[in-house]
Design a protein around this ligand. Sequence first.
Ligand code: PEP
Ligand code: MN
Length: 359
Amino acid sequence: MSQNEMDQLRGRLDEVNLEILNLINQRAELVQEIGQIKTKQSMNRFDPVRERSMLDHITEHNDGPFENSTIEHIFKEIFKASLELQIDDNRKALLVSRKKKPEDTVIDIKGTQIGNGTAQYVMGPCSVESYDQVEKVAEAVSKKGVKLFRGGAFKPRTSPYDFQGLGVEGLQILKEAADKYDLAVVSEIVNPVHIEKALDYVDVIQIGARNMQNFELLKAAGDVNKPVLLKRGLSATISEFINAAEYIISRGNENIILCERGIRTYEKATRNTLDISAVPILKKETHLPVMVDVTHSTGRRDILLPAAKAGLAIGADGIMAEVHPDPAVALSDSAQQMDIPMFNTFIDELDKMKNRLEY
Ligand code: PEP
Ligand code: MN
């Protein structure tokens, strides 16, 4: 074969490639149009019966040289890619997605910005037990320049016989101590009917892991104008987590902070498994700030600091951890709360690292 003939064949091959490209893109556009109709009619996008009949139709017309099995394989890939395109379109539509809004959402909590590139801390006791207990932690937290103060007044406990929290009285205690040191209050609400009442006491409504798919609670939090800290469910996928946030934003409240707090795995060395890779994934997929809760993920006081460092290194917008004046007597999470000297070292070490990262 002369070089000339070879060049001609190659030229023709390039043309055919472009024809195929053109045709598969035309096909994708048709699939997208069909997808829109299916959405309107609430029909399932994946339709195996239709796929089977398309494959049969194609192989009936196949005169070779490819075998039918090869042709089926190639077309199945094209079908799959088209379906993924539809799913992608769907994701594009999510209000929390980066595709919808490329810029980072920065949330202002009483003058403290979260999501602006400088990591913040959310520190405080697991539960509000008494004014004295809360006040001691508030003082320590404020001395370290931490502005966001957490504490549980409504505690969603695994056992109904465990301490359930002080309720509204707990919120009052938190606010009083926070006001004394000019801190912002982050506290969990477990019941949609408590949201309105909580607005008087909290600066951030926390929705806990056990309630990540409490859709009525998500909607109620979406209806108010208060930042929401949404924790990842115990066994929620990233997609379920993102959709939970979508419930909130779809009601009008876009001030949402996502919080990775560990997921349930077979591993028993930690209370949960800190899914550190969720942080950059959530930051890529959504425009929302992402925090890491090192207390509930690890459940181990001895590894809070390295876990928090990992959080900072991977780009978290904040670190949450629990602090108690005397963890040994805490009414909840006694094994994993830091005492005040340990908290002081924790913040000093993280601040050193933050300065290096920002430098
Ligand atoms: C909490 O932060 O107080 C808490 C109960 O955490 P989680 O919902 O992540 O278990
Ligand atoms: Mn706790």
